[in-house]
Design a protein around this ligand. Structure first.
Ligand SMILES: CC(C)(COP(=O)(O)OP(=O)(O)OC[C@H]1O[C@@H](n2cnc3c(N)ncnc32)[C@H](O)[C@@H]1OP(=O)(O)O)[C@@H](O)C(=O)NCCC(=O)NCCS
Length: 172
């Protein structure tokens, strides 16, 4: 069985991430970094972890880099983290994002002392909604103007899971 794993990101992942992100079919996630920008971002990951700011991982599937996932800690309420992810279009609909969410939430609840993990997405992003629902996150409402995408502010669904709702079942 192909297995999804995650590891800390490396600066050398920059080229692959740019290749994945420079895709016009990423309609609801419009970050299109240059390789230099991506290298700079990745080089700050260690500092970001030390500051308890964000924890970013590379997703490996079938021995290849399939995407990325991270948890950003709410700096005003450090018991709250928000998960974000993206997957190479060639790897969509294989359960990779859902499995990566299950791996990173384990770290969030067990190692980062989070009590609440959130996932937000535009209501049009059906794939991302499905990921949150398959991972048993509950939709709490619609946040007005929550996401900045492609030069505009968009409403977003708020999905969340609490530590006491978390179970480790179902990781492939
Ligand atoms: C959203 C995204 C991360 C999903 O990754 P993935 O690895 O394909 O996710 P999974 O395979 O775990 O689950 C996707 C589910 O969505 C479903 N899905 C995908 N597109 C869909 C659509 N247009 N309508 C309904 N369901 C859809 C799939 O069928 C699958 O559900 P299933 O397992 O019940 O069949 C990926 O599409 C992506 O990277 N998109 C671009 C970046 C992005 O939008 N990131 C999220 C920002 S909030």
């Amino acid at each position: 069985m192909n297995k999804t794993t995650i590891r800390f990101q490396q600066v050398g992942d920059a080229e692959r991430f740019c290749e994945i992100l420079n895709n016009d079919n990423f309609i609801y996630f419009s970050i299109r970094p240059s390789i230099e920008e991506e290298r700079k971002y990745l080089s700050q990951n260690l500092k970001s972890r030390k500051k308890n700011f964000e924890y970013n991982y590379t997703i490996i599937y079938d021995k290849k880099i399939a995407g990325a996932i991270g948890i950003k800690i709410n700096q005003h309420s450090t018991h709250i983290g928000e998960i974000g992810y993206f997957i190479d279009e060639n790897f969509w609909n294989k359960g990779i994002a859902s499995n990566a969410v299950k791996l990173i939430e384990k770290i969030g609840f067990n190692e980062l002392n989070l009590e609440r993990i959130e996932i937000v997405m535009m209501p049009e992003n059906k794939g991302s909604i499905r990921v949150a629902e398959k991972c048993n996150y509950k939709r709490e409402g619609l946040l007005a103007g929550r996401i900045y995408n492609n030069g505009k502010y968009h409403d977003a669904y708020m999905y969340a899971k609490l530590k006491n709702e978390y179970s480790q079942a179902g990781i492939n």
